[in-house]
Design a protein around this ligand. Sequence first.
Ligand code: SF4
Ligand code: SF4
Length: 381
Amino acid sequence: MRGMIMSTESQTFTEKFDLLGCIQCGRCTGGCPVTVRTNLNVRRFVYDAYSEEKLEELAKLAEIWDCTACHTCAVRCPKGLKPLEVLIGLRSMLVDSGKVQSTVRNALESVYLEGNPWEKPKATRYDWMEGLDVKLAKPDTPVENLFFVCCTIAYDPRLQVVAKNMVRLLNKAGADYGFMAEGESCCGSEIHTLGEELLFEEIVGENTAFLNDFQARRVITLSPHCFATYKARYPHLNKPVLHYTQLLAELLQQGNLSWGHDLQKKVVFHDPCYLGKQSGVYDEPRRLLKSIKGVELVEFDRSRERSLCCEGGGGKMWVESESKKERLAETRIKDAHNLGAQIVAVACPFCVLTLEDAMKALGYEEEMRVAEMTELLAELA
Ligand code: SF4
Ligand code: SF4
């Protein structure tokens, strides 16, 4: 890891995060979903961080690791601030000094050495393709849709099915696409939120050069985390980026995709924070679900920009929560259960892991299912 490299940042904390713009209205804390189970008060951090001499003390507070980077505070701030970035800035100070927990250090080191945060070898990143009829992209061959497979989907045996199903759906639709069979590496989403700014900048530079080299019309991501990161934090990427639900909705609209089976179920869609609040994609997943004959699509009370975070983002996969209070994923599953939903449809690998875990912990396995959208659609195609 390069935590020992000192930041060359010349802006003060106050300038970087526009702290003088804050009017202390508290809307950020009022909307922060983790306040119900932790001591995090993000408004307070924005206030205290104005005193540069307090920064070191603030960075030692355990609450800075409670933030899931859901962006609710940024959506609600009337002054256009991003309060969560203050917490990430404080994490960054700790990373620079090397004083982070071992799980975080290992994830950062793994991205640096192996191009993924899961401590898996680079060489096995493409194992999910085994036995599949998958088209591969080459930089010098034009392709319409260049796929970027998230590290979590590429390596996690529960989630590899997302990439596999995507290939089946694309083949069925006769889409022009290509997956990368070498050189693909972490987008840096979680590295950024864990506070490793310098490594993140390096990753952005390398991935930009790598992706720009392809003669592709656009990049399609399987995870909303990669999607939001490429869209918001890769200023020199020379192609538009879409989330796969947008592509599938387009293929459906063009008549290239259809469903061979009905699904007589009550389904609720859980908006992933990185797809919804952060990227404004709400309609395409719903359009896909509504296109399935028999589906009764119901909505959470807290949906779209008010959607409840599952606590999977912001590097939380590598930071154990100290709170013993109910996890937000459990609250979400209880809400789905109260709605009578038989399927909780999700479109994010982290949401699958947190919500499925919560569903099992609550003992609802017999009554409901957490399904990634590609799982559901590939079964019906
Ligand atoms: S919502 Fe914005 S302006 Fe209001 S307290 Fe939070 S950071 Fe300050
Ligand atoms: S990003 Fe979400 S969890 Fe983090 S401080 Fe903002 S509202 Fe709270």
